[in-house]
Design a protein around this ligand. Structure first.
Ligand SMILES: *Cc1c(COP(=O)(O)O)cnc(C)c1O
Length: 465
């Protein structure tokens, strides 16, 4: 399997290379040159496979011969054995044809564990083979940082530096990162906001001269192809459980950077019968406006009760644009150039194509609280604010009420107690057993000024041998 850039000017890479690549050298994102596809008979034969067995079938075409079959199988088994539910991604029924797919059973209680638990193991495997080390650098407003740290804490050949905005992430989320005390894990609190953290990361990737010879930075945000790849699996897993490929299924996805739902789009292109993909956004509705107005335009950032979806632009949308432009990298390049200074207006054909693929709804904080309260009063099921947006968008957009609508539950409610309190149902979400003593554990992190040079110097000084 070869990977190409959405902007058409970067070298083709194989899986091993794409795993270690961040942005392509032309500024684009890597995607598979050709997508594997599966017949209904092939998909039907997977019914009954366990999560890791199915993951092998879905992922193996993307990995190609970079990892021997048995090693890949073993790695997948190990990856998903750390999830606390034996189904890994269990389905819960809320109502007639209304389902929730629980993607928060991993160690950090958000769906990002599905990709980052695997990414850590893939990196470790490939780096051991090549006998080299890399440095992971990422910025987080909450969920990505803890999932990346948890995924890489046991990797001998990976050093992890995660930047979070000082005093602007919840205590629970901070402690999920800062109580990991392994020598290769470094938490930095930046005196600034999330955008400041992200800018430091971006600039550091552009000039890596502060690192000793032979070391390079690796990205853990969803520009990394392996993250998207791992997320394709649970679409197949849940659809099979609900009767696919004989039966078609719809998904509603709480969306920020468009990584999770893009994996659903790929599952559909690979042959899974998905009749509807619903984009749920909070007040940061850049993607809802793409669907309704065919205009893609950066907007002002709003802070909401669903902070993991607070974005002003969705980086992975470029991967979809590549298909909308008939895989013409030059066209994508021109459009992204336009986006730097103004907005992209899609032509009629492209607008129709997007609407044929996606529907969308934007759900504000009040409506999110109402949904949490409503679902709790009718089913006693407690949704986190992100998952509530998934359920709400699914209800608004559902076009086939006779077929299953699956809302992706992307986080555990215990991660967002303030939002649950605002919903006014008088319930405090229960913290899963393995994190019960989180507030008593020892923490370690360093506060640094919002200055790239200071951060880079700190990194150079703190690399373990
Ligand atoms: C990251 C995240 C999202 C958004 O996912 P994207 O792939 O960025 O669209 C939604 N919910 C939760 C809880 C998250 O952590």
């Amino acid at each position: 399997m070869k990977y190409i850039s959405t902007r058409g000017q970067a070298p083709e890479l194989n899986f091993e290379e794409v795993l270690l690549a961040g942005l392509a050298s032309d500024g684009g994102l890597y995607i598979p040159k050709t997508l594997p596809s599966f017949s209904p008979e092939q998909i039907a034969a997977w019914a009954g496979l366990s999560y890791h067995e199915l993951a092998y079938e879905v992922i193996v075409p993307f990995v190609g011969d970079c990892i021997p079959e048995n090693d890949l199988r073993e790695m997948l088994q190990e990856t998903y054995s750390v999830f606390s539910h034996s189904a890994v991604a269990p389905l819960v029924q809320l109502g007639h044809n209304e389902w929730v797919l629980e993607l928060f059973q991993g160690p950090t209680l958000a769906f990002k564990d599905f990709a980052l638990q695997l990414l850590g193991r893939l990196l470790d495997y490939v780096l051991k083979k090549q006998n080299r080390r890399v440095v992971i650098l990422g910025a987080t407003s909450g969920d990505t940082g803890s999932a990346a740290i948890e995924g890489c804490r046991h990797c001998d050949n990976v050093e992890v530096f995660i930047l979070h905005p000082h005093k602007r992430v919840s205590e629970f989320q901070r402690r999920q990162m800062t109580t990991v005390l392994e020598d290769n894990v470094h938490n930095i609190a930046i005196e600034g906001n999330f955008d400041d953290c992200q800018n430091i990361v971006k600039e550091s990737f552009l000039d890596q001269s502060f690192l000793p010879d032979g070391l390079q930075l690796v990205a853990v945000n969803s520009i990394n192809w392996a993250r998207i790849m791992a997320q394709i699996v649970y679409y197949f897993y849940s659809a099979l459980a609900l009767g696919s490929p004989q039966k078609s299924v719809a998904f509603s996805v709480p969306t920020g950077n468009f990584g999770d739902i893009f994996a659903g789009y790929l599952a559909q292109k690979m042959g899974l019968p998905i009749h509807q993909l619903v984009i749920g956004t909070n007040k940061n509705d850049v993607l809802h406006r793409v669907i309704t107005d065919a205009v893609y335009e950066k907007s002002e950032l709003h802070h909401t009760l669903s902070p993991s979806m607070d974005i002003s632009i969705s980086s992975n949308f470029e991967r979809l644009m590549f298909d909308l432009c008939n895989r013409d990298g030059e066209k994508v390049r021109d459009l992204m150039e336009v986006l730097n200074s103004s907005s992209i207006r899609f032509d009629k054909k492209q607008a129709l194509a997007v609407r044929a693929l996606f529907t969308s709804a934007s759900i504000d904080d009040d409506a999110t609280c109402d949904l949490i309260a409503d679902v709790f009063s009718t089913t006693e099921y407690l949704l986190d604010p992100h998952s509530a947006i998934g359920v709400g968008a699914g209800r608004i957009c559902n076009t086939h009420k006779d077929l299953p609508m699956v809302a992706l539950a992307t986080a555990h409610p215990a991660k967002f107690p303030d939002a649950i309190a605002k919903a006014g149902i008088g319930i405090i979400p229960e913290i899963p057993h393995h994190l019960e003593d989180l507030l008593e554990r020892e923490e370690r992190y360093t506060v640094l000024s919002n200055d790239r040079a200071v951060v880079n110097q700190f990194m150079a000084n703190n690399l373990s041998a």
